[in-house]
Design a binder for this molecule. Structure first.
Ligand SMILES: *[C@@H]1O[C@H](CO)[C@@H](O)[C@H](O)[C@H]1NC(C)=O
Ligand SMILES: *[C@@H]1O[C@H](CO)[C@@H](O)[C@H](O)[C@H]1NC(C)=O
Ligand SMILES: *[C@@H]1O[C@H](CO)[C@@H](O)[C@H](O)[C@H]1NC(C)=O
Ligand SMILES: *[C@@H]1O[C@H](CO)[C@@H](O)[C@H](O)[C@H]1NC(C)=O
Ligand SMILES: *[C@@H]1O[C@H](CO)[C@@H](O)[C@H](O)[C@H]1NC(C)=O
Length: 234
């Protein structure tokens, strides 16, 4: 018997406007996969007579059961690799997958998928046809989730880009602020210089007047009224 499942890899996320599509892989050993009946695992140490196909299994293992398999996910698509020995129904949210046949005795490597789903929580279930001896093998499943643009748990490739972008913005803001601050300072200094010059000028005028007044005082004895008024203004 063969179980030729595709070796699936986590694919890098695709950037959309305002959202990320990301493929997430769920292995047969995940606790998110619910097996209703008794299970047995086929792997490299417990081959179950499917040795030639083990290399093709995701993470080198598949789990078999004679009852239902259920998986709940939040996403817009799923791609599963299963095996059905006997007859089974594959349903999403209680509706039979129209593209998936009921299963043929001895069917191996059964890739099933559905795309274009609404961004909701979906339930994928594989039920054996009642009254028959059915064996369902589960290898792995990929589901496509949509994350908003602000999500932090993104692949490595996306994160540094964002960081450098934020850095550039921060740099720009700081640079801009420095320029504004510089202009303000320059203006302030220019104004201060003007003020000092003007004050010095005034000071000069006052000093000259004081000087003139004192000379007048020395020569005329009477103090100048105007000059006496100017001095307190300093
Ligand atoms: C997810 O995986 C499926 C099946 O391998 C592939 O067709 C699809 O393009 C992938 N989507 C993303 C967003 O990587
Ligand atoms: C692959 O198997 C190992 C060991 O059983 C497990 O720790 C790991 O989570 C598995 N990988 C995935 C993607 O489930
Ligand atoms: C392989 O499967 C057997 C049961 O069939 C299980 O006891 C064992 O832990 C599995 N080994 C690995 C590495 O998953
Ligand atoms: C699955 O097998 C167990 C025995 O291993 C049996 O008791 C049970 O009824 C079987 N379930 C189905 C749905 O055939
Ligand atoms: C899809 O649904 C999840 C969970 O409700 C939500 O966090 C995410 O933003 C949704 N994505 C889009 C593009 O609406």
């Amino acid at each position: 018997m063969l179980l030729l499942a595709h070796f699936l890899l986590l694919l890098p996320s695709v950037r959309l406007v305002g959202a990320f599509l990301q493929n997430l892989t769920v292995d047969d050993t995940s606790e998110d996969i619910i097996y209703s009946g008794p299970v047995f695992q086929c792997n490299t140490t417990s081959s179950c007579g499917i040795e030639p196909a083990l290399q093709g299994l995701y993470n080198h293992s598949a789990t078999f059961t004679n009852d239902s398999i259920t998986f709940r996910f939040q996403g817009v698509a799923y791609y599963a690799d299963i095996a059905i020995f006997g007859s089974a129904t594959i349903e999403l949210d209680g509706v039979r997958n129209p593209g998936a046949p009921l299963g043929v005795p001895g069917t191996v490597d059964y890739p099933i998928s559905q795309t274009g789903l609404t961004n909701d929580t979906h339930t994928l279930s594989i039920h054996p046809t009642p009254g028959q001896i059915v064996l369902i093998g589960f290898d792995s499943l990929i589901y496509t989730a949509i994350f908003p643009d602000t999500v932090s748990s993104l692949p490595d490739a996306a994160t540094p880009k964002k960081k450098s972008h934020a850095g550039a913005i921060a740099g720009g803001v700081i640079g801009g602020l420095a320029v504004v601050f510089g202009i303000l300072l320059a203006g302030l200094f220019a104004h201060r210089r003007k003020l000092i010059l003007w004050r010095n000028q005034r000071k000069g005028i006052v000093l000259r007047r004081m000087d003139a007044a004192s000379r007048r005082n020395q020569s005329e004895v009477e103090p100048g009224e105007e000059d006496a008024k100017v001095v307190p203004a300093m």
